[in-house]
Design a protein around this ligand. Structure first.
Ligand SMILES: [Zn+2]
Length: 292
């Protein structure tokens, strides 16, 4: 089976992106391979076919790219399929940002340990769709707008399915202040919090985040720490989605019986191996002081 050596995206135009890939030197007959180039605005898809099958070609100019959104990043992957054996090899996912340098990778690795083992909780990111098929149910072609805020086909985004596949990630969420905003006409519970996570998955404004307590958040802005302009750490600001909104109806398919929501090692006394079940909870602790 062949393997990919280098994959990259380069362009200095708003009209197109040039996608390049290379194959490690091989004794196999490359003419037997079909290459397919796919694009998505989320690292994990859903993927759209850009070009293919391509034979003995290692470059594509993607000239149908939606590049007018400053907050969106486009991801590519190339799939090589052997026409005879049917073997399939996907390249890694790449964007025009390119790879992080080694020192930044080490920062990302260390911070990922902090998130996964100590400070983080599990969350799911739903990257919002900003282009593609318009909602067949509520999109008005004359008005050029979504006519149903509570549409269950696009979840109010105007695009069919509304969001890309949810991405599971470990994040650190600041605690939300409990707020009642009382005005003459309405009473609002608008919570703003800050979240921290590594560079993957890529978070953009308007994305939806569901945290481990099923609180649903809308991304308002994303601050980044970067190296060579490539994100090393992301710090999105989030606002709580009002309970009962259409976003609450978006299904999150999780194995609730077995999902790990918090770093399990934080519940184990390192001095007493295997003593996890004997760790007291808060009521046992307070009970010792006579609080019932
Ligand atoms: Zn709709």
């Amino acid at each position: 089976m062949i393997s990919f050596r280098q994959v990259k995206v380069v362009s200095f135009s708003l009209q197109y992106l040039d996608v390049y890939w290379e194959i490690e030197n091989t004794n196999e007959d490359l003419q037997e391979y079909d290459f397919y180039v796919e694009r998505s605005e989320s690292e994990l898809g859903a993927w759209t076919l850009v070009a293919g099958p391509l034979v003995d070609r290692f470059y594509v100019r993607d000239n149908d790219v939606p590049l007018m959104n400053a907050n969106r990043e486009l991801f590519y992957r190339v799939r090589a399929i052997n026409r005879i054996s049917g073997d399939e090899l996907p390249s890694k996912v790449f964007s025009r940002n390119g790879p992080l340098p080694l020192d930044a990778l080490e920062i990302v690795r260390n911070e990922e340990i902090v998130l996964r083992e100590h400070a983080g909780t599990k969350a799911w990111l739903f990257p919002i769709r900003t282009f593609g098929q318009r909602c067949p149910q509520c999109w008005d072609r004359a008005l050029m707008k979504c006519t149903d805020d509570a549409c269950p086909t696009c979840w109010g985004t105007g695009f069919s399915n509304g969001y890309h596949y949810p991405i599971e990630c470990w994040v650190q969420l600041d605690s939300a202040t409990k707020v009642e905003q009382v005005t003459q006409n309405v009473q609002l519970q608008s919570n703003y919090v800050t979240m921290r996570l590594g560079p993957v998955p890529n978070v953009a404004p308007m994305d939806l985040v569901i945290d481990h307590l099923n609180r649903r958040w809308r991304v308002v802005s994303v601050a980044n720490t970067t190296r060579f302009g490539i994100s090393v750490r992301q710090q999105p600001s989030l606002v709580r989605v009002t309970k009962g909104s259409v976003e609450d109806a978006i299904p999150l398919k999780v194995d609730t019986a077995n999902v790990q929501l918090r770093p399990s090692r934080e519940y184990i006394n390192p001095q007493v191996p295997g003593a996890a079940s004997s760790i007291p909870d808060i009521s046992t602790l307070l009970g010792a002081y006579g609080v019932r």
